[in-house]
Design a protein around this ligand. Structure first.
Ligand SMILES: Nc1nc2c(ncn2[C@@H]2O[C@H](COP(=O)(O)OP(=O)(O)OP(=O)(O)O)[C@@H](O)[C@H]2O)c(=O)[nH]1
Ligand SMILES: [Mg+2]
Length: 203
């Protein structure tokens, strides 16, 4: 199993409140993501500017580069964290704070795609890639840091295009209200209301 880092280093501008602390079905979003990752990872950390005021027993990782450089800055912090772990994992899993329905088989399926020359494995659903949800080789940390200093910097997809990347397609979740994208993204208050309704009807 690989370590995992929940990326919560964004500014939550659309939500207007730090998404790590937003409550869904009576629990912070962070709890939902951590719950869905439990059993899939060797250890869990959260990437955020400040340690969330939650009773979370997770390791806290601030970005290693300043200036809100986007999700890749969090992915770099995740790689640097993994590189210092005693078991020296080859890869680190990342996922966003605002996706409370992520697949329960996320890590094994992403890791199953790491064959041959494939360096990075990222999630996809309904034909769309979710580039912040992936398995990243720890050895690419210096390359990523150099990329973050280049003019193209922030775009995750540009970084992915520089490496052999596998996109792993995940099926929709079946609910009584129809299919639900497992990577449904809670960015706004309206998304949060929708997520509340989905929580009630998830099997
Ligand atoms: N470490 C780090 N993570 C980021 C940064 N920007 C976004 N992220 C993370 O990337 C994921 C996707 O972010 P978005 O939902 O697009 O952006 P957000 O900043 O959370 O919210 P908005 O401000 O409303 O766009 C989330 O897990 C964010 O926490 C950043 O500058 N640094
Ligand atoms: Mg988002």
């Amino acid at each position: 199993m690989f370590p995992a880092v929940i990326l919560a280093g964004g500014q939550s501008r659309r939500m207007g409140q730090d998404k790590a602390t937003v409550t869904l079905a009576g629990a912070p979003l962070l709890r939902h993501v951590a719950h869905r990752l439990s059993g899939q990872t060797s250890r869990l950390a959260i990437n955020a500017p400040a340690s969330p005021q939650l009773d979370a027993p997770f390791h806290h990782l601030p970005d290693t580069l300043e200036g809100f450089l986007g999700p890749l800055a969090g992915i770099l912090a995740a790689m640097r964290f993994a590189a210092h772990l005693p078991d020296q994992p080859s890869h680190v899993l990342t996922t966003a704070i605002d996706t409370p329905f992520i697949p329960l088989d996320l890590a094994p399926r992403l890791s199953g795609a790491l064959t041959g020359d494939t360096a990075i494995s990222v999630a996809s659903s309904l034909g769309a890639m979710h580039p912040v949800c992936g398995l990243w080789p720890v050895r690419l940390a210096d390359d990523l840091e150099a990329f973050l200093h280049s003019p193209e910097k922030a775009r995750v997809k540009t970084f992915l295009s520089r490496h052999n990347t596998a996109a792993v397609e995940f099926p929709t979740l079946m609910t009584t209200a129809g299919p639900l994208d497992p990577f449904f993204n809670v960015n706004t208050r309206e998304d949060l209301e929708l997520a509340e309704r989905y929580m009630e009807i998830l099997p």
